[in-house]
Design a protein around this ligand. Structure first.
Ligand SMILES: Cc1ncc(COP(=O)(O)O)c(C=O)c1O
Length: 449
């Protein structure tokens, strides 16, 4: 180690042991740290004359990630974080430790259920209670969210409210950056008479607001698009879209799967008509629930054809048809709610509520901004918008062979994923420390170079 330190100092003048097996290297004053490098690599390159010649040096971004407030990241409540750098919140958020107890509470209630008591004492109400907690995270009022099996069913429920065939107003406006379910479901509706216009993306990252507005005309019945794209993290500007759609007599549905839990949402203020999403990603709720927000004044008019007995005004009358929809968001339910799913989302929702969406959003903006700078300084192609106001919580970085890179990063305990044509998707959440975010990017630099 002493020998390596001497060698390193000969090469670049400034070096000191950093942590076990690593050297910190700087130029000029100690505040100009340029990176750090493993001892083995320093020893292996006796001939270099400058730190920049060191192979695989982990370059430090010149910009600092300055943490303004100390926030409680609740790390000890997420056991998965001990196994590496988890940047996968756009895909599967880590399980909260308390989910185990919550699931056991479900088992206990089931085991001790003898007549109708589990339903009467808690289960029947649980769906509405979880719905209200999600509504609050979406910026909506109580009684505006119906839990759904998943986001695709939530979308299909809305689609089933429209009569397309023989109707002048039969156009659905979507975009090329939406999740495939959105595209498949509208494609299927075109067989029932819908006309679908998917607004194109010229760069594969953004969709021009003018193009979306232009597509909305007096034949449009619904504008249905992602608030934040799963593909590029592009975030649409909601208010002008709602304003234009309502002026043309159309409704607006946003898929907020990639924004709820990462970005502050304002369902009521936006006057948006529907939001769909689920709990698996940013809400730390696991592959459990989907949800559908419906603007309160639409809850007494629409009649989804995708329905079931729970949507009835008096479900326990078990009455004969015709269907008599209840006058609440429950009219968008279908059958028996998935009770274990509801138990499993509660701990994640509680943590998100306690950390607070303002803090979560501020952290997301600060760290994704730093990641963008880091990526651009390294000359990487970034497949997400540069402007933080046009971005959700993820940063997409193009790499040649995404699956191979995901594997190599996982070997070094950096957990991300990739999508075809997009590259890596990397998402810091409130529970990640700044050091983790920096380390993940530096390991990526090491792995790419
Ligand atoms: C933006 C977006 N919408 C929809 C979905 C799919 O949701 P579900 O599987 O609940 O139908 C995903 C899943 O990754 C997504 O990212």
């Amino acid at each position: 180690m002493e020998r390596t330190l001497r060698l390193c100092r000969q090469m670049c003048g400034k070096a000191m042991p950093f942590r076990e097996g690593w050297f910190l290297i700087w130029r000029g004053s100690a505040s100009q740290v340029v990176g750090y490098s493993p001892i083995s690599q320093v020893e292996a390159c006796r001939k270099v004359r400058d730190v920049r010649d060191l192979p695989h040096i982990r370059r430090q971004s010149r910009k600092k990630m300055t943490e303004k407030n100390q926030i409680n990241r609740r790390r000890e409540e997420f056991p998965t974080l001990a196994s590496g750098l988890h940047l996968l919140s756009h895909s599967l958020g880590p399980v909260p430790r308390a989910a185990r107890e919550s699931m056991l509470a479900y088992y206990d209630a089931w085991e001790h259920h003898t007549s109708e008591d589990a339903w009467a004492t808690s289960w029947w109400e649980m769906s509405a209670q979880v719905g209200d907690r999600i509504a609050s995270l979406l910026g909506g009022e109580a009684d505006s969210v119906q839990i759904q099996p998943n986001a695709s069913i939530a979308l299909s429920s809305v689609a089933s409210c429209f009569d397309f065939s023989g109707n002048q107003r039969n156009k659905i406006v979507t975009t090329a950056l939406d999740f495939p379910s959105m595209q498949y479901i509208w494609d299927a509706q075109s067989r029932a008479g819908a006309t679908v216009e998917a607004v194109r993306s010229d760069d594969g990252i953004t969709v021009r607001l003018e193009d979306i507005l232009e597509a909305i005309d007096d034949t449009t019945c619904l504008v249905a698009l992602s608030h934040v794209s799963f593909r590029s993290s592009y975030r649409v500007d909601v208010e002008p879209i709602v304003e234009r759609a309502h002026r043309q007599g159309a409704l607006v549905l946003l898929d907020v799967y990639q924004s709820a839990g990462a970005v502050e949402l304002k369902a009521s203020d936006w006057q948006v008509d529907f939001l769909i999403g689920g709990t698996i990603k940013w809400l730390c709720g696991g592959p459990a629930c989907g949800y559908l927000y419906v603007r309160p004044d639409l809850q007494t008019d629409l009649q989804p054809r995708l329905t079931g007995w729970v949507a009835h005004a008096a479900p326990f009358d078990f009455a004969q048809p015709p269907m008599r929809y209840t006058d609440s968001v429950r009219r968008f339910a279908q059958g028996t709610p998935s009770i274990p799913a509801l138990y499993s989302v509660l701990p994640g929702l509680q943590i998100i509520e306690e950390v607070g969406m303002k803090t979560i959003q501020a952290e997301s903006r600060r760290r994704t901004e730093w990641m963008m700078d880091f990526a651009l300084e390294h000359g990487w192609k970034v497949n997400s918008p540069r402007d933080v106001n046009e971005r959700g919580g993820s940063v997409m970085i193009y790499v040649e062979d995404g699956p191979a890179m995901v594997k190599r990063l996982a070997e070094r305990k950096v957990f991300v994923d990739c999508r075809p044509g997009v590259g890596l998707r990397m998402s810091p959440h409130f529970f990640n420390t700044d050091e983790e975010v920096r380390e993940a990017m530096e390991i990526l630099a090491d792995t790419i170079e």
